[in-house]
Design a protein around this ligand. Structure first.
Ligand SMILES: C[S@@+](CC[C@H](N)C(=O)[O-])C[C@H]1O[C@@H](n2cnc3c(N)ncnc32)[C@H](O)[C@@H]1O
Length: 279
């Protein structure tokens, strides 16, 4: 396994959210904490050759960590396309060291060369009319498509070797979409998640874990980050639902200034790393 120091120095390069969206409780797990948490999980349970689902992957911190520690199939789900775009760059830069990722495809509407003949002008006018008609048709199609798009659960799939990034609301994701993505009905060895803590939408933390449990193999694990103040409630809730819940360890999160809804500039909160297993 990679040395912890080297692992941490790679995760330090993960780019953060550009404009964190408060409604999604966006912040990037600090690289020091992420490396220590993942390394600890890897030592105890191992990511080697494991399939992992990362719910609310943000800019890819946990996805990249699991991949470096040996996970060989990772599905990373995120609702925010901007975050996903940064995740894509981070993965390309840090895992595949592929500098070509930033190449943008551009429409090649090059102007035709000037041949100042009259006939050519007429032809051009006809072409323009045709183009206008086509544009109108295209607009109508796009309107219809955008209506269909809104109903689509998966907005985008970005396949990067054994990591698949998916733009999707976690709560709309079902096994049907997993089949759509992989072409087969698979379940994951484990889930890793640093979900919203429920500061903006009450109960969202519990809903994230409940979702993660849907996609896990029997005997699989969910590793999830939660405010320590919710520990008792979560243990009771998931134990009553028939799961085992262990507190693996506790860490101190120093939430950054970008997490604006806090009055203070930085906020320290105690966070539990929970290990939830199917019985
Ligand atoms: C606390 S951040 C953690 C980001 C990343 N996993 C990390 O550890 O650095 C929570 C992430 O969940 C995403 N998120 C919130 N609600 C979501 C939803 N309904 N579906 C998918 N992603 C969601 C946010 O956009 C954000 O990226």
């Amino acid at each position: 396994m990679i040395k912890l120091k080297q692992f941490e120095s790679i995760l330090q390069q993960v780019k953060d959210f550009e404009e964190p969206k408060i409604k999604y409780e966006q912040y990037c797990t600090n690289s020091h904490l992420a490396s220590h948490i993942l390394y600890n999980i890897a030592t105890k349970f191992g990511f080697e050759e494991k399939s992992v689902i990362d719910l609310g992957c943000g800019t890819g911190m946990l996805t990249i960590g699991c991949s470096i520690l040996g996970a060989n199939q990772i599905l990373s789900v995120e609702i925010d396309p901007n975050a996903l775009e940064i995740a894509k760059e981070n993965i390309s830069d840090l895992i595949f060291e592929d500098s070509s990722n930033s190449e943008e495809e551009e429409d090649g509407d090059e102007e035709e060369e000037d041949g100042a003949e009259e006939e050519e002008q007429e032809e051009e006018e006809e072409e323009e009319e045709e183009e206008q008609e086509q544009e109108q048709e295209q607009e109508q199609k796009e309107e219809q498509n955008s209506e269909n798009e809104e109903q689509k659960v998966i907005k985008e799939i970005i396949a990067l070797d054994d990591i698949t990034l998916v733009e999707c609301d976690v709560f709309k994701l079902t096994q049907k979409e997993i089949i759509e993505i992989y072409g087969e009905d698979i379940r994951f060895d484990c889930a890793i998640l640093n979900p919203p803590f429920g500061t903006k939408i009450k109960g969202v933390d519990v809903k994230f874990v409940t979702k993660a449990l849907e996609f896990i193999k029997p005997g699989g694990s969910v590793f999830s980050f939660h405010k320590t103040t919710t520990r008792k409630f979560l243990i009771k809730h998931f134990t009553n639902m028939g799961y085992n819940v262990d507190v693996l360890f506790q860490v101190k999160f120093d939430l950054p200034k970008s997490y604006k809804f806090h009055r203070k500039k930085n906020v320290e909160i105690m966070v539990d790393i929970l290990h939830i297993t199917k019985k």
